[in-house]
Design a binder for this molecule. Structure first.
Ligand code: ATP
Ligand code: MG
Length: 763
């Protein structure tokens, strides 16, 4: 096809162009990373607008993050040559759902100014409900219930629809009833949680066909990016709006793992589609094809990485069933990465079985090989990467074009500390910086009160965390006392417990708090500050609070707390540590124009950078042991997709790192390089040495058993470098001391969870 036509179309390849120009009927673009799926979506909007097919307010366009929505709007402006006025329906599922809900709030027994609750509010509310029902919060933690409710909402289930078997999972069958009373409470408080933003839409659409029709008519075009990661609720919502002719109730999650675990044998794609227990679509009546919305979804089954949060990769596999007559377009040319990077990424993902299989090619140069660098421990890893970044900077690379992608958020801490030391600007994407995370701030607040009893802000933050029955009234009383007598809150507390101004229960709790802090302060004189921190977290009940928490991010928070304690080792005492923290916190986050990006692999979806660092490729960390334990082979495949996402973010350089030793739950453990390293093709990978200065800087291979069968390393593996490393360590490099005779040979077994996801609205 000749490339005549509007300017924004020039440069597109024929398949991309087809995806842009096929405006009528359902279209699925199923294509690998970097093939221009997002670009196609953006261009499609430009095309719709410039062809006068619809006005901006008639286009529903769903992105995975708010950032991606802003980016799309910006690109759109560039393509059309003028800023686009009003694209009110361009955003995440949650932001669009929230907008619709505000218009019809009264149908959900809300007012249009309803508040959107965050997780903490949600848990607080559930705790009250548990109390009212006299359910033991220790045995049945509110956070667990929050997680269950969230899961139900992700699957589009109203309280009455929760399968009784699942309702039984909480408080002897009270789960469903609690979910119902929680929903009632939300209405009274004029509040909605994140799940409601879509769920209430779905309910309103179902109960009020006239309203649904209004939206169906309004949205002339629907576009969805990252379709492989939509969950059931999002899917239902889209189905309703797209006026698809048939509607089949979705499978519940849980069958995914068993199905793909069993999935040996022939063509995975056929099997995946057929195994899905969806009835075949109803035959279409005359004219229905015409009424089916112009919906265009783009996605890549190899980048489905949110299964743990209810995403259903089947949604993409089923598109042709759901939208009969859909045009499926495949894009095969990758415009992002150089040859070696693309080959490495494709080779890695080829080890997965449950995939549709796609061709990806680049016409770009071979470029530099993917590097794999071993370092002694995570500190050396951070130092090495820091030096590498400084070198890239000297070569003229922009910091904006450098990203570090980690598997677990606690890994960020070491990099952040390193960057602060180096004065290297950085920003954390998709989540708060390490020291700004809620659990870290809580822990720091405890330490600050020990260090300075006059630190009122810190005291107020944790006096009732974990919950001790010290509510607002108590805090108010303390404030009154403190103000009147011009003393810190802590001293006010000490005084108040001697009076009878508080109810006996609150008085008892407050007295305990004061006594605990007195004890910790005394201990401070005789205990190492790292030990003291651990004692404080344990004795205060703070660690336990998160251990009991069953929400998806609890494990990540516990890891962060461990990492905090570990980070204190580098300082002589508590005072020194807290001073360092105040310096780190003082840095204006993200304000710099040019800064290194630090984020989890999960948050990196859809993004691209010239230079990508991928640290921590070790068994247990990546792939995450917890995912393997919980989800078996399906989990391994999701981890591998995550690796694939990581590698395919890189345009010119991908640099993988692993450390031979990592501190796990406070103890040093020997780690085994990730099995994913075994799965990289030798021809596209180069082994390099850490710039971080090494205790074992040899060139003779890495000595881990894994490397025996490693494709990339088979030829280089010769001397057991690992044994040398061990010898160095046993000679007593001071930092590995600490009371352990030798160290564990076992693989890393700590769990890791992605504790920061995409910014669902303001998730
Ligand atoms: P991902 O799966 O990672 O989200 P994607 O398929 O959405 O990737 P895009 O981000 O749209 O891919 O495109 C990847 C890069 O390739 C972008 O920098 C984009 O501008 C560029 N690109 C896409 N198509 C073309 C083209 N026809 N000519 C030149 N560059 C292109
Ligand atoms: Mg994309």
């Amino acid at each position: 096809r000749a490339s005549v036509g509007p300017k924004y179309l020039t440069g597109l390849n024929p398949e991309q162009r087809e995806a842009v120009e096929t405006l009528d009927g359902p279209v699925l673009v199923l294509a690998g990373a970097g093939t221009g799926k997002t670009r196609v979506l953006t261009t499609r909007i430009a095309h719709i607008l410039s062809q006068g097919r619809a006005r901006p307010a008639e286009i529903l366009s769903v992105t995975f993050t708010n950032k991606a929505a802003r980016e799309m709007k910006h690109r759109l402006g560039q393509m059309l040559g003028h800023a686009v006025e009003g694209m009110p329906w361009l955003g995440t599922f949650h932001s669009i759902g929230g907008r619709i809900l505000r218009f019809h709030a009264e149908l959900a027994q809300l007012k249009s100014n309803f508040t959107v609750l965050d997780v903490d509010d949600q848990v607080r509310l559930l705790k009250q409900l548990l109390q009212a029902e006299s359910i033991d919060d220790k045995r049945w933690p509110a956070r667990m219930l929050a997680g269950l409710i969230d899961g139900w909402k992700n699957r589009g289930l109203m309280p009455s629809q929760v399968p009784s078997g699942e309702a039984a999972m909480f408080a002897n069958g009270k789960g469903g009833k609690l979910y119902a009373s929680y929903q009632e409470r939300l209405k009274i408080l004029n509040a909605a949680d994140f799940g409601d933003l879509l769920l209430e839409n779905i309910r309103i659409f179902r109960e009020h066909p006239d309203i649904l029709r209004q939206y169906q008519q309004r949205f002339k075009y629907i576009l969805v990016d990252e379709y492989q990661d939509t969950n059931v609720a999002q899917y239902l919502w889209l189905r309703l709006l797209s006026q698809a002719p048939s509607f089949t109730s979705p499978r519940v999650r849980g069958e995914v793992a068993s199905r793909s675990d069993a999935g040996e044998g022939d063509s995975p794609s056929a099997e995946l589609v057929e195994a899905a227990p969806h009835p075949a679509p109803l035959p279409m009546k005359d004219g229905e094809r015409e009424r089916t919305k112009n919906i265009c979804c783009v996605g890549d089954d190899d980048q489905s990485i949110y299964g743990w949060r209810g995403a259903e990769v089947d949604n993409i596999l089923r598109f042709e069933h759901d939208f009969p007559g859909a045009k499926v377009i495949r894009l095969e040319r990758n415009y992002r990465s150089t040859g070696h990077i693309l080959a490495a990424a494709s080779h890695l993902i080829a080890h997965n079985e449950g995939r549709l299989g796609k061709t990806l090619r680049t016409e770009d140069v071979e470029g530099e090989k993917v590097t794999v660098t071993g370092s002694w421990d995570s500190e050396e890893e951070a130092r090495g990467i820091g030096e590498e970044i400084e070198q890239l900077q000297r070569q003229g690379e922009k910091l904006n074009e450098i990203a570090i992608l980690v598997r677990a958020s606690y890994q960020m801490r070491e990099f952040e500390d390193r960057f602060v030391t180096l004065g290297l600007p950085y920003r954390v994407i998709g989540g708060p910086r390490f020291y700004e995370r809620a659990e870290i701030r809580d822990a720091l607040a405890y330490l600050r009160v020990i260090n300075s009893p006059a630190d009122d802000l810190a005291f107020e933050r944790i006096v009732n965390v974990p919950k001790r029955g010290l509510g607002d009234a108590t805090i108010q009383l303390l404030h009154d006392h403190a103000r009147k007598r011009r003393i810190p809150l802590f001293e006010a507390a000490r005084a108040v417990v001697e009076t009878d101004e508080l109810k006996p229960k609150a008085r008892g709790s407050l007295r305990d708090v004061v006594a605990q802090f007195d004890r910790w302060r005394a201990q401070r004189e005789v205990t190492a500050h790292t030990d003291l921190a651990q004692i404080v977290l344990d004795e205060s009940g703070y660690t336990e609070m998160w251990q009991k928490d069953r929400s998806a991010d609890a494990a990540g928070r516990l890891e962060n707390l461990k990492e905090l304690v570990r980070s204190m080792e580098e300082f002589e005492n508590l005072q020194g540590f807290l001073e360092h923290i105040s310096l780190v916190m003082d840095r204006e986050g993200g304000a710099e124009d040019d800064a290194v990006s630090l984020m989890t692999l999960h948050s990196a979806k859809g993004l691209e950078f010239d230079n990508v660092f991928l640290p921590g490729w070790e068994e247990g960390l990546f792939p995450s042991q917890r995912t393997l334990d919980e989800q078996g082979r399906a989990g391994l495949e999701e981890e591998r997709r995550l690796g694939h996402v990581g590698l395919t973010r890189a345009r010119r350089r991908a640099m993988i790192y692993f450390a031979t030793n990592r501190r796990i739950h406070g103890t040093w453990s020997t780690t085994i390089p990730s099995r994913f390293l075994d799965e990289l093709p030798a021809a596209n990978v180069e082994i390099t040495e850490s710039k971080g200065g090494s205790a074992w800087g040899g060139t003779g291979g890495y000595g881990a058993s894994r490397f025996d069968d490693m494709e990339a390393f088979g030829s280089t593996y010769s001397t057991p470098g690992w044994q040398r490393a061990q010898a160095n360590r046993n000679r007593g490099g001071g930092r590995n001391g600490g009371g352990r005779g030798g160290f564990e040979e076992e693989a890393a077994t700590f769990s890791s969870s992605p504790s920061s996801g995409p910014d669902f609205g303001s998730f």
